[in-house]
Design a protein around this ligand. Structure first.
Ligand SMILES: Cc1ncc(C[n+]2csc(CCOP(=O)(O)OP(=O)(O)O)c2C)c(N)n1
Ligand SMILES: [Mg+2]
Length: 754
């Protein structure tokens, strides 16, 4: 009994012993084949079959080693690949340059692909990753990921399904890069691979990717993509309903469904070759459904016996893919059982030896080291070529003569985008309604006519797809400038920025990057358009994402200069930038009186570019007596400038500091610029909780001595959603609020001085 209970918990040992016993006894009993594909049916060399088997064994023994290391406190992650080792065949069938976005059970795939690239050390690398060593070549000890720059495997953490949308984007990039003659890392006849589990395919993010791929194919756009569903019938403890995957995907328009027996490497080989043909030659997406088993539980810490009977566990273990491959090798007289056992033992010894070295390797503990993934001196892309002035004139057409006339922000941004599309040939502008309609606010008016629908195109109505596509495009030579129609729509898809785009450089030590500039129309104060959705006033969703650039311009001229800066940051340093366009200011021309055009600006000269993180005083105005500085951004600048003018009539002089960049916040510069002001008033149009005002007030209080201010006040929006109609501005800071608060601060000071 005691033995049985122990055995229930140590399934790694049970699976290991079963394999040795069955092979040693030579004639089995082996698990019966579940599909009929034989060696004669496929053009696979026997030695290749042995190589695949060795990858399967290596992956399995690394799983077992991981558990042993975990028991000794040396390893931190034990989600393994056992039962999924048939995926080694996929690695063999596809080229090393076919970018692969992988499921976390892809150990055998990684090992087999390593064999296609000289100098790879998969056992060493996998062990380094398991023990979270700083020497791990992909993540430097930041996470157990399967990934390699040389092997075209971007690292993927275990947020299920989040990698599927980018696989669609990467697949789309292949022929787009050919058509537009873009310098892309993937050869022009590549295929993109994307694997995931059977439970994962129910995730909204996965459905977004399937739908986008199917739609794109339906529209006859080339999409060489193979989705590989590794179906082990379980999602942790929850069984996938029998037949669900097949019923769901066998007849989906646009996707070519192929089913394979993942326990029979020959069947996987045959079906994967067929999938490859459809994807590479016909350039159509494929759904390759591979049945497999899950051995050793979900992860090392998962007690499978709490939700599955021992009999069921043992029955599953008997379907061990290693036994199936061994049976084929014996049946086809390629190896003897002695050969098989020798391979198994040799690989085990090799892993044990390498592990002895690996556990002594350095770990990542220094916060600075953790954060600072070495900076790239080299630009991500080659320097753009200069645009001929005649080309530019032709592109701007009749607008060319109007460039120096003052305009509102929407128009200036339209011109800004034109210059960017001209200068950077790998930029793409896409999003909902950005082409023919020119966007809801006409910021992208006519761009598709000038640059073609390959560079400026409408996306499906799906923010996850938009951002995922951007990430994938950025993996293959493009600099995407996707548009999100309204700020609140980001919330549907935030993981694509938060969990994917912005984490990639961290988990790959900047070997992979997601250069992109996400334009988002947002913030409140809109007339005639209300409700929390269109008038959303919170940037909290972005503010805590490490490394993300957040630009929030207050006027058209700055907007252009800042957009240029974002594109350059993305182009040269691979940064992910979020560019918030305040909707209420898009068409705003006047500041104080109708027709005064004080909020209209000429188009900035091409040489003008904002500096990342720089703030500036509105109109460069700073009074001699530094009594009060308003610190603000976007609509807050506009309202504060109005209040400033009214105060001036009362002979009160205040400065308005436009932060422009929410992140990175140049704290040192801010402290310096505000250090001689007696009063500081923060105006934050976002909801108080989670707003920038929290960070600013803390910063100022912590530096009060250095800054010398006497009083610090803030006005923020209420912690309330915005209603439709007359109440739309009621919860937001107003010009009058700023005026009265400034007056009060200045007066109380005056009183005290008296
Ligand atoms: C977005 C997200 N939700 C939940 C989880 C927790 N989780 C990790 S693996 C897993 C099961 C996935 O099952 P399946 O897709 O079948 O893959 P398998 O582990 O069976 O290979 C779940 C629910 C997660 N990692 N990410
Ligand atoms: Mg599963």
């Amino acid at each position: 009994m005691a033995f049985k209970i122990l055995a229930m918990f140590n399934r790694a040992q049970a699976v290991d012993q079963q394999f040795r016993r069955i092979i040693f006894e030579a004639n089995g009993p082996f698990p019966a084949p579940q599909s009929r594909t034989r060696l004669d049916d496929v053009d696979l060399e026997p030695c290749k079959l042995v190589e695949i088997f060795e990858s399967q064994v290596t992956s399995r023994l690394l799983d077992i080693k991981a558990r042993e290391l975990k028991a000794n406190g040396e390893c931190f992650y034990t989600i393994g690949s056992s039962g999924h080792e048939g995926n080694a065949v996929i690695a063999d069938v596809f080229r090393v340059t076919d970018m692969a976005f992988l499921h976390y059970r892809s150990g055998a795939f990684y090992i087999q692909r390593s064999k296609k690239s000289p100098g790879e050390s998969p056992i060493f690398n996998m062990l380094l990753s398991l023990v979270a060593s700083a020497d791990d070549p992909i993540s430097g000890g930041r996470h157990k990921v399967i990934g390699s720059k040389n092997l075209f495997i971007p690292p993927q953490t275990s947020t299920i399904a989040s990698h599927l949308p980018k696989a669609v984007g990467a697949a789309l990039s292949i022929h787009r890069s050919k058509d537009l003659d873009i310098d892309a890392p993937m050869p022009k006849d590549s295929v993109v691979l994307c694997s995931f589990g059977d439970a994962s395919l129910n995730h909204a993010t996965a459905l977004s990717a399937f739908n986008t791929a199917a739609l794109v194919a339906y529209q006859h756009v080339k999409l060489p993509l193979v989705f590989v569903c590794e179906d082990n019938g379980m999602g942790i403890s929850t069984p996938t309903s029998e037949g669900w995957v097949e019923k769901n995907f066998a007849h989906k328009p646009g996707l070519n469904y192929i089913k394979a027996d993942g326990l029979n490497v020959l069947d996987v080989y045959q079906k994967a070759r067929h999938a490859e043909f459809i994807a590479r030659k016909r350039k159509k997406p494929v759904f390759l459904h591979i049945s497999c088993v899950r051995l050793l539980g979900h992860a090392g810490s998962d007690v499978e016996s709490s939700y599955r009977s021992l009999e069921a566990i043992e029955a599953m273990e008997f379907q061990d893919p290693l036994l199936h491959t061994a049976r084929i090798l014996l049946e086809e007289s390629i190896l003897t059982s002695t050969d098989i056992l020798r391979i198994y033992e040799d690989i085990k010894n090799q892993i044990d030896q390498v592990a002895l070295d690996v556990i002594k390797r350095p770990k990542l503990t220094d916060p600075k080291e953790i954060q600072c993934v070495q900076t790239n001196d080299q630009s991500v892309f080659r320097a753009p070529s200069e645009v001929e002035s005649q080309t530019r004139m032709d592109c701007f057409g009749r607008d060319y003569k109007k460039l120096s006339n003052p305009q509102h922000m929407a128009k200036l941004l339209n011109w800004g985008l034109q210059d960017i599309l001209l200068r950077y040939s790998n930029t793409l502008v896409f999003g909902e309604d950005v082409a023919q309609k020119g966007g809801v606010y006409h910021v992208t008016d006519d761009l598709y006519k000038k640059f073609g629908t390959r560079r400026v195109f409408n996306s499906p109505l799906d923010e996850t797809a938009i951002l995922g596509t951007a990430i994938g495009l950025a993996h293959n030579g493009f600099l995407p400038i996707p548009e999100i129609q309204f700020l609140a729509y980001v919330h549907n898809a935030q993981d694509q920025i938060r969990g994917e785009a912005a984490t990639l450089s961290f988990f790959s030590q900047r070997q992979y990057q997601n250069p992109m500039v996400v334009r988002i129309a947002g913030l409140a104060y809109q007339k005639g358009f209300g409700g929390h959705f269109h008038n959303d006033n919170s940037l909290a969703v972005f503010r805590d994402i490490p490394g993300l650039v957040i630009a929030v311009p207050s006027n058209g001229a700055d907007a252009v200069r800042m957009l240029r800066c974002c594109v350059k940051e993305a182009y040269e340093k691979g940064r992910v930038c979020v560019f918030i366009e305040p909707i209420a200011l898009y068409m705003t021309k006047d500041l104080l009186d109708e027709g005064d055009k004080k909020w209209s600006f000429p188009y900035p000269d091409l040489s003008e570019e904002d500096q990342l993180g720089s703030s500036s005083f509105f109109n460069n105005y700073e009074p001699k007596k530094k009594e009060l500085a308003v610190v603000t951004y976007a609509n807050g600048v506009y309202l504060s400038a109005q209040a400033q003018a009214e105060l001036k009539k009362k002979k009160k002089y205040i400065s308005v500091l436009d932060l422009k960049w929410i992140a990175p916040l140049n704290e040192e510069e801010l402290i310096k610029k505000l250090s001689s002001y007696e009063n500081i008033l923060i105006i934050d149009e976002c909801r108080k909780t989670g707003s920038l005002s929290e960070q600013l007030s803390l910063l100022f209080y912590q530096n009060q001595e250095k800054m010398n201010f006497k009083k610090l006040e803030l006005i923020t929006a209420d912690d309330c959603l915005i209603p439709l109609g007359l109440g739309a501005r009621a919860t937001l800071p107003s010009k009058d609020d700023i005026f009265h608060k400034a007056l009060e601060m200045l007066s109380s000071k005056t009183k005290k001085n008296k």
